[in-house]
Design a protein around this ligand. Structure first.
Ligand SMILES: Nc1ncnc2c1ncn2[C@@H]1O[C@H](COP(=O)(O)OP(=O)(O)OP(=O)(O)O)[C@@H](O)[C@H]1O
Ligand SMILES: O=c1[nH]c(=O)c2[nH+]cn([C@@H]3O[C@H](COP(=O)(O)O)[C@@H](O)[C@H]3O)c2[nH]1
Ligand SMILES: NC(=O)CC[C@H](N)C(=O)O
Ligand SMILES: [Mg+2]
Length: 537
């Protein structure tokens, strides 16, 4: 089945992904592309007739600077509706003959917008009505520049006290633009406005539903792979688990999963993964116990980046060995490497050019492997956001607890044991961490009824290789310290430390100190990201 599609051109706004989320929530398929795709690219993209509309995102830049990006002109000649948001509105105005000016006064935060001109986009969408009968919208603004002159053919669609042209429309050509951000939840009617644009103005079919997606994905994997063999690095994390379950549904025993136990996994994780995939799904999984190898290589190394590099390299070595064994043992050998790449990974690596490439941490993943192994790449989750991946996982019958797990970094406990990694430390940390997670699952927030595990995005314990003095049973102890970390975040780029209930912290601390001999002190990390990061290394 072919889906109608909406194209979102990204000018580098922090919230471009939210536009895509809102469109997907309206069950319309959409893709984000960098704003500097060529006219030819746009025309090719539209050639199948499925492109129903284009959305231009915001940006940190100002359109009147010489160096800033413009929308590919073809966007305005395709004949499909276009919606400009913030910078997207400003560049639309400028490119089509209007005027944009800078102001030193920035408008950042909530604003009340008055709808004008009875346009199709805002018609009958309002948060309240003024005594004289005007529809008003509570929106979120984030700009310094303004459109000061409408382009020919446009009429005024919205205004605020400080921004007289807060929206404009050329209804004949179906071009609409708003200075505020409908994609953020602070704009109360934002969802309604984007739905109006996508469903009614663009007329896109709302046919993007997970149920159908499973069948389609299975079909497309079968077509792509034929009777060839596939290998996949299975971590027990959400993405690789859902990818494995999906591919297994499609091609059964043609899939072999390689699960590397580097000795830095969470408590019982290895057995859990095997139980699920081998025991319940009957998938082929090779469990490689490489803990001696990894811990050996890490001996004496305490620099975080050096540790990450070692773990990454060893991982590649082990994976290559297993792939080679598979090739020599089987008649055919694997031709495909499957990965649980999801849509945010795609956008982050190939997308917006505004992203600055400063290495804060070398993230471990299987990048670069396909070339080294000479395998073709199979990435069935490439189009999906994390919550869609989770929905898909559940549709495939994976247990809720597995698909709603917090993410776990590839280097595992290796980046949660500060400094040199030792088996002794990993064993202590695993037990402390398991207690923390267990209690997060046990404690529920009275108001929402949700567990604190579900109310946090990521939570774990960190091992500090320093000793402090304590007193237990009238005796002196001199033992290690554990720090607890729990954060709330939507995208892991920024995060707040979670305000866990004291009763929960108290229980966890007392259990860890009583049950894990070797730890006599527990602290709670109250640092946000930035300036701290989520992991400690
Ligand atoms: N211990 C491991 N054994 C095999 N493959 C692994 C291991 N750790 C990581 N990988 C591979 O590296 C990829 C990237 O890891 P990443 O943590 O980003 O994703 P994930 O573990 O699948 O999901 P999550 O984000 O929920 O942890 C995984 O999809 C998996 O293919
Ligand atoms: O697959 C991964 N390989 C890695 O090397 C890695 N390092 C950090 N993380 C995860 O990324 C998110 C942000 O972490 P930081 O704030 O510590 O950079 C958090 O969710 C971290 O757990 C990793 N994930
Ligand atoms: N959020 C935006 O798109 C801002 C656009 C432009 N930089 C301005 O300040 O007006
Ligand atoms: Mg993981």
């Amino acid at each position: 089945m072919q889906h109608d599609k909406i194209l979102i051109l990204d000018f580098g706004s922090q919230v471009t992904q939210l536009i895509a989320r809102r469109v997907r929530e309206a069950h319309v398929f959409c893709e984000v592309q960098p704003c500097d795709v060529s006219d030819q690219w746009i025309r090719d993209y539209a050639a199948d007739g499925l492109l129903k509309g284009v959305i231009l995102s915001g940006s940190h830049a100002s359109v009147y600077e010489d160096t800033t990006d413009k929308a590919p002109p073809a966007v305005f000649t395709l004949g499909v509706p276009v919606l400009g948001i913030c910078y997207g509105m400003q560049t639309m105005a400028q490119q089509l003959g209007g005027k944009v000016e800078g102001h030193h006064l920035r408008e950042f935060g909530p604003a009340a917008v008055r709808a004008r001109g009875h346009t199709k986009l805002l018609e009958n969408i309002a948060d309240f009505t003024t005594p004289d009968g005007h529809g008003m919208l509570n929106v979120w603004m984030s700009h310094g520049d303004k459109v000061t002159e409408l382009p020919p053919g446009f009429k005024l669609m919205a205004s605020t006290d400080s921004c007289p042209i807060a929206g404009m429309a050329d209804e004949e050509r179906r071009f609409y633009a708003v200075q505020f951000h409908p994609e953020v939840t602070h704009t109360a009617q934002g969802k309604a406005i984007l739905e109006r644009f996508v469903l009614e103005i663009c007329g896109a079919r709302p046919d993007w539903v997970m149920r159908d997606h499973v069948a389609e994905a299975v079909e497309s994997i079968r077509r792509q792979v034929g009777d060839e063999e596939v290998i996949l690095g299975l971590s027990g994390g959400v993405d690789s688990s859902v990818a494995a379950a999906l591919i297994h549904r499609a091609i059964g025993d043609q899939l072999t999963c390689v699960f590397v136990d580097h000795g830095l996994l969470r408590l019982n994780e290895g057995d859990m993964v095997m139980d699920m995939f081998v025991g319940k799904l009957h998938a082929k999984v090779i469990r490689v116990d490489a803990s001696a190898l990894f811990l050996g290589e890490l001996q004496g190394v305490s620099d975080p980046e050096a540790k990450r590099k070692i773990i990454g390299n060893e991982f590649v070595t082990v994976f290559k060995q297993e792939a080679a064994k598979l090739t020599s043992a089987g008649a055919k050998g694997a031709k495909w490497l499957a990965q649980g790449t999801i849509y945010p990974d795609v956008i982050e690596s190939g997308g917006a050019k505004s992203k600055k490439a400063v290495t804060i941490k070398s993230h471990h993943n299987v990048g670069g492997l396909p070339e080294q192994l000479g395998l073709k790449l199979l990435e069935p989750l490439r189009d999906l956001f994390k919550d869609e991946v989770r929905e898909l996982g559940e549709a495939l019958g994976l247990p809720h607890d597995m698909v709603y797990r917090h993410p776990f970094p590839g280097p595992g406990l290796g980046v949660r044991i500060l400094g040199e990694v030792k088996k002794e430390y990993a064993d202590l940390l695993r037990r402390a961490d398991a207690i923390f997670i267990e209690e997060l699952r046990n404690f529920r927030d009275a108001a929402s009824g949700k567990s604190w595990y579900d109310l946090t995005s990521q939570a774990f314990a960190v091992f500090l290789p320093v000793k402090s003095v304590g007193v237990m049973g009238d005796g002196r102890t001199y033992d290690y310290v554990v720090a607890l970390r729990a954060v709330q975040t939507s995208d892991f780029m920024t995060a707040d430390w979670a305000e866990l209930p004291y009763a929960l912290l108290k229980k966890v601390s007392s259990r860890i100190i009583n049950e894990v001999r070797g730890i006599n002190r527990v602290t709670y990390d109250v640092s946000s990201k930035p300036p701290a990061t989520i992991e400690w290394e």
